[in-house]
Design a protein around this ligand. Sequence first.
Ligand code: S3P
Length: 186
Amino acid sequence: MNEIRRSIILTGYMGCGKTTVGRELSLRTGKVLADTDEMIVERENCPVPQIFAEKGEPYFRDLETKLLRDLDAGETDMVCSTGGGIVLRRENRELLKKIGFTVWLTASPETISERLASDRERPLLPAGADPERIRVMIKERTEAYKESADLIVRTDGKKPEEIADEILDKLQGQGYCFENSCDQRT
Ligand code: S3P
C-alpha cells in the first residue's frame, strides 16, 4: 500500500549543512521549517549540550525517539532538519521513513572540520576536531545514514541554493511532488 509522505527530512553528520539547506528548501516549497534539536530544546527547556552533560546521551536519544513518534502520529508537512545522530536507532530510521522523504547530506571530513572549526555547541565533537576523528565517526554511522536515505546529496563546494535545487530536481525526478497542495503518493 502506498503511503503519503509530504515532508522532506534532512539527515547527515554534524556540519553537513542540514540547517542552511533546510531553510532554503522551506523558502522554495513553502513548507514549515522544523529542526529536531530545536524541538527537543523547546520541550526540555534546556540546550542540547546541557541535556548531554546532565542526563547523558541515551536520555537525549530517547527524546529524539519520542519526538519522532509524535511527529509520525501528527499530520506532518514540513522541511525538517535532524540531529546528526538521529539515525543511530533502528526505530528512528523506520519512523523517518514513515514521516517523510529522507535526504542524506554528506560532506568530506575535511570540509566538516573546516565548517565546525570554532563551533562549541556540539557535545560529541569538540571545536577544532581533526578530520581523522570525524572520518571514524562518519564511518561508524554510514550504514545507518544509508539505510534511512531515499536520496544522497554531496554538499562539498556547493552553495545552499545549489544543494536545494539539486534536491528538488532529484525529488521531482523520483516522482515526489513538493507543492503544498499536492498529495503525491511515493
Ligand atoms: C549529534 C548532532 C547534533 C545534536 C547532538 C548530537 C550527533 O545535531 O543532535 O549534539 O550525534 O551527531 P547537529 O547534527 O545539528 O549538529
